[in-house]
Structure formats: C-alpha cells, structure tokens
Design a protein around this ligand. Structure first.
Ligand code: MN
Length: 349
C-alpha cells in the first residue's frame, strides 16, 4: 500500500461524492416495500444498500450525513473539499411532477449543508428530467439562488434517455448558465438489465458504465452539442470507457451517420472525437488506477480530467495514497486534484 502524502502541494477536491437525504432514504425504503415501480436495478441496488447488511449500514450512515461523519472521513483521509450531489437514482424514479418538488426541497437542504461548511462542500443541483420546463427552472434556481455549481443527472429516468429534444431545456439552461451537468451512473433500466442481473453485473461492476456510456453517446448522436456547442457533460469512472473506444466510435459513427441507414441518425457538425474532447469533462471516480487516468489525460487532455473518490460508495482510504503516487509532476497533480475542479466548479482559492 502506498501511504498518503501528508503534506501535498495541492488540495484534494473530490468531485463525485454522493449524498442521500434522510427523507429520500425513507422514500427509497417505501419503494422497496411496495415495489410500485418497474425498476429491477433500483430494487437490486438499494435492496442491498438499504438493508441491514453491514456494508449497507455503513454506507447508509455515511451517505445521509452532511456534517460530522462526512467531515471526519474527509479529515482522516486528506480530502479538502467535496463536490456533493444527490446519490443515484436521486428523485428520478418518482412521478415527474412530485420529483420536481422533491428536487427543490433536497437542493434547499444541500445548500443549507454547504452553508454550514462552506470551505468543505460545494454542490450540484438535482432536477426531474421528465418535467423539462421545471427541470430547467430548478437548475437555474440552484445555480443563481442557491450557489450550486452545476446539475446532477443520474442517467436514465425510468428508462427514458434525454436525447429527445423535448427534454433539452435543462441542457439549454446549463449552457446559458455556463455550468456543467454531471451524467452519473444508474443501474440499467428494466428494458436493458435482464442479461446483467443474473450474474450480478448490473451495478458499478459493469452495468453502470454500459448504461451511462450509452446515454452519453445517445446525446451526442442526437446532435445535442450542435444545438448547444458550449454544453459540458461530466463523465465519471474515467469516462465510462468511452475514451478507450474513441477511435472506433469516431470511425464507425462517421460512416453510419452518412448512410441514411437509421431514421434518427444524421450527420453531425463535428466528429465524435471532437465532441468527446470538447464537450465532455472526466473524473476518475471509482477508478483509482494510473493507466486509465493517464490515458484519459493523454487522449482527451489534462485540463479535462479531475479527481473524485465516489464517497461513500467506494470509500477506500488507501486509494488516496495510490492517487498521490500517480506518475505526474507536482503541477500536473495540482491540476488533477485541484485546479481543474476550481475552474469547472468555480471554487475560489
Ligand atoms: Mn458515484
């Protein structure tokens, strides 16, 4: 094990850190009892982490806290700041209009937590994607009134992807406000999860990356970045594998898009490679491993790759030391751990 550097030349700002308010946890537990929603992924993931299992209990205690528990974990592990967002699936499994009201309430609660610890937390605004006008309004309110630094989208919403233009007002708002939207994983929807579930491959082990990478590509192919060329979408987990696939996606999409083979696929203004380099930002959440981190910095650009821990889902203190030992000079480490997050989330020195 590599020891953590006790006196690094950089602050550590962790950028994909989850919070589930107590009220939302109650709503999750009610859904686990009633199974009102057809979402086997939710029932699998939260059926475990919302249970009495030791791993579930430890996670549940941490994820609901915005005060002493979380700050002690940060202090004990050299995390200076967290960018906090509503844990997956957030409000997105609920009726869209009710979910908008929940998002407002939880964003207020997050802002209050940040106000108690302004030097330790910034946050992202939740919204209800299937209530598009309200989603855009809430993102704007979150940024302009509550001081939040962007939006959190926990991927699909009850099997709906946001590539349909009717869901784009929230992206239009993000571009206008000049804030990013973090496209965070979800378990695959009912229409996709079956082949994952039997062997336990539905969640963070692999299903998250397939599902979220798919969502990112659907947005791109739909032309969202032609409509909103300055829009910035953040991908965790070293880009859900997309940087690795960039050359093949770029080649294949450039051919597919000019064939008229698919009714809903048209040529785009830029190449897939350009969108992946110009409209996406990346974090290493859940991937404390030098090769893919260095690869993303290399093929995307070092100014677009940020540190994240994925607390408390992957709360592995030893990984902080592993990240301190990345093969980078001090300036590059400062950019990775601190500088990029300060620029992207507007965190003052
Ligand atoms: Mn996460």
């Amino acid at each position: 094990m590599t020891e953590r550097n006790p006196n690094p030349a950089y602050k550590r700002i962790a950028t994909e850190e989850a919070w589930v308010p107590a009220e939302l946890m109650k709503l999750y537990k009610r859904e686990l009892e009633t199974k009102a929603i057809n979402d086997p992924g939710f029932h699998s993931l939260w059926g475990f982490f919302g249970s009495e299992s030791p791993r579930g209990q430890a996670m549940a205690a941490r994820i609901q806290d915005l005060d002493d528990v979380r700050i002690k974990d940060m202090d004990d592990n050299g995390i200076d700041m967290q960018v906090v967002s509503l844990g997956s699936p957030g409000v997105q499994i609920f009726d869209p209009v009710e979910a908008s009201a929940m998002a407002r309430s939880f964003n207020d609660e997050l802002a209050a937590g940040i106000a108690r610890h302004p030097d330790r937390f910034v946050g992202l605004a939740a919204f209800s994607p299937l209530d598009p006008a309200e989603a855009a309004k809430e993102l704007e309110r979150g940024v302009t009134k509550l001081g939040l630094r962007g939006g959190i989208l926990n991927s699909h919403t009850l099997g709906t992807y946001l590539d349909d233009e009717k869901y784009w007002p929230v992206f239009e708002a993000a571009e206008a406000l000049d804030v990013p939207i973090y496209l965070h994983p979800q378990t695959p929807p009912a229409s996709m999860i079956e082949p994952f579930l039997k062997r336990g491959l539905d969640a963070a082990v692999y299903g998250f990356a397939c599902e979220t990478g798919l969502h990112a590509l659907r947005l791109m192919v739909a032309g969202i970045f032609d409509k909103f060329p300055k829009l910035q979408i953040i991908l965790g987990h070293c880009g859900e594998g997309l940087p690795y696939w960039m050359s093949r996606i770029n080649y294949m999409h450039s051919h597919i898009s000019v064939t008229n083979r698919y009714e809903h696929v048209k040529p785009l203004k830029r190449s897939a490679r350009e969108y992946l380099r110009e409209n996406f930002l990346y974090t290493n959440s859940g991937v404390a491993w030098a090769p893919p981190i260095m690869f993303v910095r290399d093929v995307i650009g070092p100014e677009r790759m940020m540190y994240a821990m994925d607390y408390p889902w992957q709360f592995e203190p030893s990984e902080v030391g592993e990240m301190d030992a990345l093969p980078m000079d001090d300036a590059a480490k400062k950019q990775f751990f601190e500088g990029n997050a300060r620029r992207i989330f507007r965190i003052a020195e």
